[in-house]
Ligand binder design. Structure first.
Ligand code: GLA
Length: 727
């Protein structure tokens, strides 16, 4: 049993894979943090529950017990003597802002993990996957109960956490902050690794030391954002990609979030993760409850790479759902970079015909098929097929594409509304706006208010109607701006702080309804590329368009950074035209970079030379040979594109019987020593055959490395090395 409670010491001990987590109910009823890290035995850890240290200016609670200001706590309240960031903040009807939570009971749910109502969450495939601890805390004066949930995964170093606030009192409570989790560390000598970016430059890796005060990774853009991803790592100073300790924190959520690491006067670190409290306030009526999104805590003593592999496995096995969870994804060709808004059915069918010669599986009709849309100024919300533009019905178009041997997919951007649209003329109040205030435009569009049930129903009905018209097997779900004027006309003044979260409850509900109604369709989420690459969207849609930037050199960094937190199989990765879009790299280099993910093309195949069509065919054949390996293999980052002019990474099958090492040069230098690459994760004592015919032991390959002769001296050189274990 991974969760154990000792009645005598009142210590909870959780074991998740090879990691341990411990906490203790103090004599006064506070839930105090004891330990998180590498697996330890179930000793009496009471000696770690420090109570004696209080600095001057650290007040004691009214009962005279030790100050909360310096105690390590599981879910700190606010306003009663702990001046650090809190996990829970409540304003009572008299305006007082204070919460003091004490333990009242707990429950161990063996082999179970309760669902989070209306929210995406990890799930257990069987009772053997893990157990959940439910601890009920109470602020008796407020009549507030907060249930803390800890799901310990049996086979992985992962504990997921969330909280549920319940109003057991007679008065409405204004919940102004409810974090998903708080973890305390009795030290500050950490580096934080985080993922920052911008449109076209998503998830670049940054590493910086913690300092006294707060390091905050957050979004208030109404989405998980291009700018900062809801993911961070705290690691030791000497932790590398392959060695050392690392703690990961993530949120299963697509809206405003905050991850804050705060170092206090005692040089201790408090890490909180949850919905960004900025402009958040939820009115909790008597008898009602509020559930936070789920936070993911992970631990590795095999460096940041080990942490990523753990997260990849858990997301592939316990988050992604539906028919496409296990299936290899189709190779697709998308119309966006090939035609932008300038297409009709004949042009799309010509793409399909040419692509069929190279063994592509699926043609996707991107933006521009609906309403009166021929540029980005109009029609979002008018989800009706523009048959005049296409020159035929959607059914006929799909049949013609199918006749060429390809499946057919389609693009939507449901959460948006163009001021220039039938829908806006009919329902101007459906756009997010504040009365009498101007409506900000992003890409000439407004955001539709997903918090309104009538909007959710409208979108469900018209998207379903389109999907039923034709043989559609794929849907790209876009989201091309951030939220402004976040206000809902149907809610009273004191509930406007709920709108940002209600938007996501509405979106998630719509996603649930559509993916349930159309289980055969492969959904891919997108937000101007990778502006909403998060675990919330991956729960509904098993892949995400990683970036609008399809330049292969830029993609090395974007995919490297994204792989810190997300499995490779979830990353949409396309080969763009060698005649445009970024550097003039040839198809084989582009294809090699795109081999890491959900593979496809972003080009007009009718404009390619015969030689380029041959390259496309060869790339597709090569991809299919390794698709299973790159989809389910363990991923090792070998040479960072952030540190030099080369990049290398590797996939190893779970049974270590095969591996693929991919190496890329960006710009070369004269008189360079041959690059060596040191693969990882092989069976040390087994022999592997390389595709050049050489046979070497795993330990030789990993420690003496492989030489990439003739690799230097050429810009954009690349090499795929396939290793097969001999039996
Ligand atoms: C976004 C997406 C692109 C494309 C366009 C269409 O930018 O990221 O792939 O679908 O929208 O407008």
């Amino acid at each position: 049993m991974p969760i154990h409670y000792d009645e005598f010491t009142q210590i909870f001990h959780l074991q998740a894979g090879q990691s341990s987590y411990a906490m203790q109910v103090s004599d006064e009823g506070y839930l105090c943090h004891l330990y998180y890290g590498k697996h330890i035995s179930r000793d009496d850890l009471s000696y770690l529950n420090e109570t004696g240290r209080g600095a001057s200016f650290s007040p004691n609670p009214a009962d005279g017990s030790p100050t909360l200001d310096t105690r390590l706590q599981e879910f700190p309240g606010a306003g009663v003597g702990d001046f650090r960031q809190s996990a829970c903040g409540v304003r009572a009807t008299n305006g007082a802002y204070a919460v003091e939570l004490k333990y009242i009971s707990h429950n161990i749910l063996a082999g179970q993990k309760p669902a989070l109502p209306g929210l995406p969450a990890y799930y257990l495939n069987s009772a053997a996957d893990g157990d959940t601890l439910e601890i009920t805390m109470e602020d008796a004066l407020l009549g507030l109960h907060v249930k803390l949930y800890y799901c310990a995964f049996a086979g992985e170093n992962i504990i997921t956490r969330w909280a549920v606030a319940e109003n057991h009192g007679a008065a409405t409570l204004s919940l102004e902050n409810l974090q998903s989790a708080c973890v305390e560390f009795p030290r500050m000598n950490f580096d934080m690794v985080s993922l920052h970016g911008a449109w076209n430059r998503e998830r670049h890796v940054e590493r910086h030391p913690l300092f006294h005060g707060s390091t905050v990774i957050a979004s208030n853009r109404g989405s998980s954002s291009h700018q900062l991803n809801p993911f961070a790592v705290l690691c030791d100073k000497h932790t590398t990609e392959h060695t050392g300790q690392a703690y990961g924190v993530q949120l299963v959520y697509s809206g405003n979030f905050k991850i804050e690491a705060q170092v206090n006067q005692m040089h201790c670190t408090r890490l909180c993760v949850g919905i960004n409290p900025d402009n958040f306030a939820w009115q909790l009526q008597p008898g009602e409850s509020f559930t936070t999104p789920e936070a993911v805590l992970s631990y590795s003593d095999e460096g940041i790479g080990g942490l990523s592999r753990t997260l990849h496995r858990l997301t592939r096995n316990n988050l992604v759902r539906g028919e496409w969870k296990q299936k290899l994804r189709p190779i697709k060709i998308n119309s966006w970079e090939a035609a932008y808004f300038d297409f009709n059915a004949d042009k799309l069918v010509a793409f399909a015909r040419e692509a069929a010669k190279t063994d592509v599986d699926l043609l996707v009709m991107d933006d521009g098929w609906f309403g009166a849309r021929s540029d980005d100024k109009t029609s979002l919300g008018d989800w009706f097929v523009n048959e005049e533009k296409l020159g035929c019905t959607l059914k006929e178009l799909a049949e013609r594409v199918n006749a060429e041997g390809l499946d057919f997919g389609i693009w939507f951007e449901p959460e948006m509304i163009s001021p220039e649209s039938e829908l806006y003329r009919k329902h101007p109040d459906w756009a997010l706006h504040i009365p009498d205030r101007g409506r900000s435009l992003g890409r000439r569009q407004c955001v539709i208010n997903m918090a309104l049930p009538e909007v959710q129903d409208y979108l469900f009905d018209c998207i379903s109607a389109v999907l039923k018209q034709a043989n559609i097997t794929y849907l790209k779900w876009d989201f091309n701006r951030n939220l402004t004027e976040v206000f809902c006309h149907s809610l009273p003044a004191n509930q406007q702080g709920e709108v940002g979260h209600r938007f996501y409850l509405g979106l998630y509900d719509l996603c649930e309804r559509l993916t349930t109604a159309f289980p055969h369709i492969l959904f891919e989420s997108c937000s101007g590329g990778g502006g909403r690459f998060d675990l919330g969207m991956l729960y509904y849609m098993p892949q995400t368009w990683t970036s609008d930037n399809t330049d292969p050199v830029d993609r090395l960094k974007i995919q490297w950074g994204t792989s810190m937190a997300y499995p490779l199989a979830t990353m949409g990765a396309h080969v763009a035209a060698p005649y445009g879009h970024g550097r003039a790299n040839k198809i084989p280099y582009r294809a090699s970079v795109a081999t890491t993910g959900a593979f496809g093309y972003e080009l007009d195949p009718t404009k390619l030379t015969v030689e380029q069509i041959d390259e496309m065919r060869a790339a597709n054949a090569a991809f299919r040979e390794v698709q299973q390996l790159v989809t389910t293999g363990d991923f090792y980052r070998l040479i960072s594109p952030f540190e030099g002019r080369t990049c290398a990474w590797q996939f190893v099958s779970p049974d270590k019987s095969e591996a693929l090492v991919q190496c890329f040069v960006v710009l070369s230098e004269h008189n360079e020593w041959d690059l060596r690459v040191y693969p990882q994760g092989l069976d040390a004592d087994a022999q592997y055959e390389l595709d050049c015919g050489a046979v070497l032991h795993g330990n030789t390959i990993m420690h003496a490395g492989l030489r990439l002769q003739d690799f230097g001296g050429r810009d954009f050189a690349h090499r795929n090395i396939y290793l097969k274990k001999l039996v």
